[in-house]
Design a protein around this ligand. Structure first.
Ligand code: R7I
Ligand code: MG
Ligand code: MG
Ligand code: MG
Length: 350
């Protein structure tokens, strides 16, 4: 099997197992003892008779895969339709509390512009939840270049998340997966990885500054709700670099104090990238267990860490036990195969 196909499968299966295993703890307020997490993921699940179910994180990832492979191209309208179909088929997969309203509006009003319903969420600010980031890995697989990642992830995020912090979180998660794909384990250059992401984050902030300036110049300034400055992923990544270079064992409590572990993209995305860089350099398994041990939005942080780590390590490095216990592994592999083929075909169009 080609190395890259192995990594495509690793990405989607990695995201899936992180979601399934992490969902056992979603919402715990504190960090979890390492022993508790490993006892669950490496021992207790052996006795599970039923498959461990995936949640909305995977349901939405699968919807993107389904649309990409059916259309054989990226089409935002088709993706929005796939989200809506998936949501109404299985609304109890643990979706965020507000996103259902977006799907209902999409279904009932069928707007020309599919990003319209998301923009009216939260008094017109849009959602800053991590829901755009958690599902973004197929976009990273499909894209041929970093600029394509950026264009497509933007469109994709806006279907449900209009808030800049939600969109930018999705950008960074997509870039992290994209950049992990060509790397050859086990020698991970952490500084280089963060520096590349810092560059992306810097560009995002410059773009935002420019567009706000343009709006100001053209008199489009909203007096009723002044736009707060967006969260700086750039600053957070700088902090991450410093923390990783300290070279000490990092207590999960310190890590959670630094990044948070919540449902906001600005917390969950850095926590996931950190889990990969801190532990994913050792093994796939460690990065997912570590992400879960941070507590909070465990299914989502583990799923995003799993996607990056799976892109890095490839599917064979994902524990057999996890692959045998989680629901939907075969479909994830099939989607990875198809997106891989699609990407190979698109290479010829370049
Ligand atoms: O972002 P989203 O898809 O949720 C994803 C999370 C993951 O943990 C999944 O595993 C699942 O459990 O949910 O869904 P949204 O409903 O858009 O956002 C999630 C929540 O973040 C919302 O329900 C709000 O509680 C909160 N939130 C906000 N609160 C105040 N103001 C998001 N945006 C805002 C806001 O602007
Ligand atoms: Mg979930
Ligand atoms: Mg939830
Ligand atoms: Mg979650």
């Amino acid at each position: 099997m080609s190395k890259m196909l192995h990594k495509f499968r690793g990405t989607l299966v990695g995201a899936l197992v992180g979601d399934c295993l992490g969902s056992n703890y979603e919402g715990v307020s504190s960090t979890l003892p390492w022993g508790e997490v490993t006892d669950y993921t490496l021992k207790r699940i052996k006795d599970e008779k039923e498959p461990i179910h995936y949640t909305d994180d995977t349901a939405m990832t699968r919807a993107i895969c389904k649309s990409l492979t059916e259309e054989k191209k990226y089409d935002n309208r088709s993706i929005a339709k796939a989200f809506v179909q998936e949501f109404f088929k299985e609304p109890d997969r643990g979706y965020g509390a507000a996103v259902g309203t977006v799907f209902k509006r999409l279904r009932d009003t069928n707007p020309e512009d599919v990003t319209l319903p998301a923009r009216s969420q939260f008094d017109g600010q849009g959602s800053y939840g991590n829901g755009a980031a958690m599902r973004i890995s197929p976009v990273a697989l499909y894209s041929r270049s970093s600029s394509e990642v950026q264009k497509v992830r933007n469109e994709n995020a806006l279907i449900t998340h209009a808030h800049i912090n939600g969109v930018n979180g999705a950008v960074l998660q997509a870039e992290a997966v994209f950049k992990a794909l060509p790397l050859e384990p086990p020698n991970l250059n952490t500084d280089k990885f963060i520096d590349d992401l810092l560059e992306v984050a810097k560009k995002l902030e410059e773009e935002y500054e420019e567009s706000s300036k343009e709006k100001e110049d053209s008199g489009h300034i909203s007096t009723s709700s002044p736009q707060k400055k967006p969260f700086s992923y750039f600053k957070k990544l700088k902090e991450m670099k410093e923390l990783l270079n300290k070279g000490e064992t990092l207590e999960p409590e310190t890590v959670v104090e630094t990044f948070g572990n919540g449902i906001r993209a600005e917390e969950a995305v850095p926590a996931a990238i950190f889990s990969f860089l801190h532990k994913g350099r050792e093994s796939f398994q460690e990065s997912v267990n570590y992400a879960i041990s941070l507590g909070g939005d465990t299914d989502t942080i583990a799923s995003m860490a799993g996607a990056i780590s799976g892109a890095y390590w490839g599917v064979n490095e994902i524990p057999e036990l996890w692959k045998s216990k989680c629901e939907g592994v075969e479909e994830a592999i099939e989607f990875a195969n198809k997106i891989f083929e699609l990407k190979e075909e698109r290479k010829d169009d370049e």
